[in-house]
Design a protein around this ligand. Structure first.
Ligand SMILES: [Zn+2]
Length: 345
């Protein structure tokens, strides 16, 4: 029997660390650390830290990531928050607080914002190179980052429907930003902002998979993608990140410090949707088509060399081909056409 809220949630996995944009806070200060041009992986897990350094080096500007949830809204959360040195005072949407410190405990009763809050965006990602089924939070307090990430994720969700299983590249790029100055004028400064896009090699891999299935359909997909202005298709190295994730053993959840508990609760995640070829079903279908062919009175059906094939020994592709041929012959017979190629196989 599950304990409600503890053991009845499915497939949970822990937080492994945070991808930050700045240096650590200076000792004894509450000021944010200096802004970097790359990512700083902040984790108390030594093995993960080492794996990150080995894969991406110090302060990389690009990191490969997967998203654990289906939708943009589940993977990316943006709030306004008020923090003291050690704890969250309130979280709101700019008008109404959804979490606020009421004495020693948090309340979730809706209440008007009391001010003093700043934007915070948290994107949950899985970094395949860490080879751990644990998520990493990408943290930003820039309103420009929040808007860009939201746009990028919405676009990918609109195109694919499901963000799981897509290898993304999270990157920092320099952009000119106009900021207000004390004298009322505006100044242009360069900021290294975040963006997230599907990895170009994945787009290539997807196309190869599609091409094997149905060449004419690929042409159509290409047009759709071109209209959606996806990155240009390039050569594909692997595209197998998903397997390294689903094959991993779950790490035991670790206890979080108070900040971590607010920042990233342990969450539920379902594995990326996989649609393996169902051989048993295909064989069953091919036999059924064979019966239909004979019932429809094809004199060739009985003599067809295909009948000698041991279906269980065929590859997935051969099964697909055979099924397609039989289906075409059955529809031709139903339409009253003569089937001439039945014995030529
Ligand atoms: Zn607020």
């Amino acid at each position: 029997m599950p304990i409600k809220g503890m053991t009845d949630r499915q497939a949970q996995f822990p937080k492994l660390g945070t991808l930050r944009k700045g240096e650590p806070k200076p000792d004894g200060s509450n000021r944010p650390g200096k802004d970097l041009e790359g990512f700083r992986f902040d984790s108390d897990d030594a093995a993960a830290t080492e794996a990150f350094l080995e894969a991406f080096g110090d302060e990389p500007r690009r990191v490969n990531v997967l998203l654990p949830f289906r939708t943009a809204a589940e993977n990316f959360q943006a709030w306004r928050e008020e923090w003291t040195a050690s704890s969250l005072k309130h979280r709101c949407d700019g008008e109404t607080m959804t979490l606020w410190l009421n004495g020693a405990a948090y309340s979730q009763a809706p209440k008007a914002c009391t001010g003093g809050c700043k934007p915070v965006g948290r994107l949950m990602v899985i970094i395949p190179e860490l080879r751990r089924l644990a998520y990493v939070t990408v943290l930003t307090t820039s309103i420009h980052d929040i808007m860009t990430l939201q746009e990028n994720l919405d676009a990918a969700e609109m195109l694919r429907g499901d963000l799981r299983g897509i290898p993304f590249v999270l990157s920092r790029r320099p952009r000119e930003i106009s900021t207000p100055r004390a004298n009322g004028q505006r100044a242009r400064t360069e900021k290294w902002l975040l963006s997230i896009e599907p990895a170009p090699h994945w787009v290539g891999h997807q196309l190869q998979v599609m091409e094997r299935a149905a060449p004419h359909w690929v042409g159509h997909q290409l047009q759709v993608m071109e209209r959606a202005a996806l990155p240009h298709v390039k050569a594909l190295p692997d595209g197998q990140h998903v397997d390294t994730i689903t094959g991993e053993v779950l790490d035991a959840p670790r206890f979080e410090d108070p900040e971590g508990a607010i920042e990233g609760e342990v969450v539920a995640v379902s594995p990326p949707a996989a649609k393996p070829f169902d051989r048993a079903k295909a064989i069953q279908r091919i036999r059924e088509l064979g019966r239909q062919e004979r019932d429809l009175g094809s004199e060739f059906a009985e003599q067809n060399q295909e009948n000698l094939l041991v279906l269980e020994d065929l590859s997935d592709d051969e099964l697909l081909d055979l099924g397609t041929r039989r289906k075409e012959r059955v529809s031709a017979l139903k339409a009253g056409r003569v089937v001439a190629d039945a014995v030529s196989t």
